[in-house]
Design a binder for this molecule. Structure first.
Ligand code: ATP
Ligand code: FE2
Length: 330
């Protein structure tokens, strides 16, 4: 009966979740936000440091767990912003020394993917849409294989960038979603799917130009952004389902919170007789529970580092999803 504490700190969110045998007992988060402008890595790291103790105490309380009952401390090792990752690792190592319990370094993107198991999907195609990442993935022979991805920026960062440009603050996703609900007229944007890949920078430039021209309502631009870009995501996901012959689609990552994206995926799945799955919102955005969840699976397979040999472990700001040996699934 292992109790794993998971720490998330890769970018804007500091979160601690506690998981006992695959069951989530707590998931507490504190997010760095701005009214206008984007994320400043050093400021976000300072935010993480200032809230960490509070988030830790709340998470233990919510879980009804005492700190000496924790069996291992999982943390996001990468990818992410170095100053932010460092705060999470420092917290994890200090706790490991204090409790004399091992650490489990976890890849953040793989945690976004593995937490989708909670939906009950067995062998899905994964549409992973987060801030920095946009990939269509399926697990095969020990790795998550990337079938298609963005050739330039991640869909979340793309939305955040446009939101910053029109000065609605960070994170932009929820703000654009609200604006889009009030949009009525579709404005044509340069749809850009290349084989299994997509590209977003051209659409971003086009949207900014349209915004500057003052000929369009921002509600209509937000609406068209969602219709155009989500259709691109759904098209590549559908092609991956067709190529692999798989019959399940799981949507993951922070942008998956968007109800229009969920709806479009649902419609596509229904049309081709596939099943659609999506975890609840608190598990889609960056959170500690997904780190603890994957940490628990890895811990069970012996993938842990003793509190007496922490020095060799460092952050990995540029680690890629398909570099990870998913040895726990073999
Ligand atoms: P990565 O996981 O690739 O390292 P990240 O950790 O920044 O990136 P997540 O926390 O998974 O990404 O997701 C954050 C992104 O999700 C932000 O870009 C945010 O704008 C977007 N997002 C959140 N809610 C919504 C929504 N309702 N609609 C669209 N996007 C959303
Ligand atoms: Fe993330």
């Amino acid at each position: 009966m292992a109790i794993i504490l998971g720490i998330e700190s890769t970018a804007h969110t500091f979160g601690i979740g506690i998981v006992k045998n695959g069951k989530i007992l707590s998931n507490v988060r504190d997010m760095y936000t701005t009214e206008s402008g984007g994320i400043i890595p050093m400021d976000s790291a300072k935010h993480h440091k200032s809230v960490s103790e509070d988030v830790y105490i709340k998470s233990l309380e919510e879980a009804g767990v005492k700190e000496n009952e924790v069996d291992a401390i999982a943390f996001s090792q990468g990818p992410g912003l170095a100053p932010c990752l460092l705060e999470g690792m420092k917290f994890a190592k200090a706790l490991s020394k204090k409790l004399k319990k091992p650490i489990v370094p976890v890849n953040h993107c793989v945690a976004h993917l593995e937490i989708t198991r909670i939906t009950g999907a067995k062998e899905p195609v994964l549409l992973y849409t987060s801030g920095a990442n946009t990939q269509v993935i399926a697990y095969a022979s020990g790795k998550f294989r990337v079938f298609g991805e963005t050739l330039d920026i991640g869909v979340g960062n793309f939305i955040d960038n446009f939101a910053r440009y029109i000065e609605v603050g960070f994170p932009g996703g929820p703000k654009i979603e609200q604006l889009a609900k009030k949009g009525k007229h579709y404005v044509e944007l340069p749809y850009s799917v290349k084989g299994m890949d997509i590209s977003l920078s051209g659409i971003l430039t086009n949207l900014k130009q349209k915004f500057e021209s003052e000929k369009y309502k921002i509600e209509d631009l937000a609406y068209s952004l969602q219709e155009d870009v989500f259709a691109m995501l759904v098209e590549t996901a559908e092609r991956a389902l067709a190529h692999t012959g798989k019959t399940e689609l799981v949507l993951g990552g922070g942008v998956a919170c968007n109800s229009r994206l969920q709806e479009m995926c649902k419609i596509m799945c229904k049309e081709r007789g596939a099943k659609f799955f999506c975890p609840e919102k608190s598990l889609l955005v960056d959170n500690g529970a997904m780190i603890a969840f994957l940490g628990g699976i890895m811990f069970k397979k012996g993938l842990k580092i003793s509190h007496s040999s922490l020095d060799k472990t460092d952050i990995k700001p540029r680690q890629r999803t398909d570099d990870i040996e998913v040895s726990w699934r073999k």
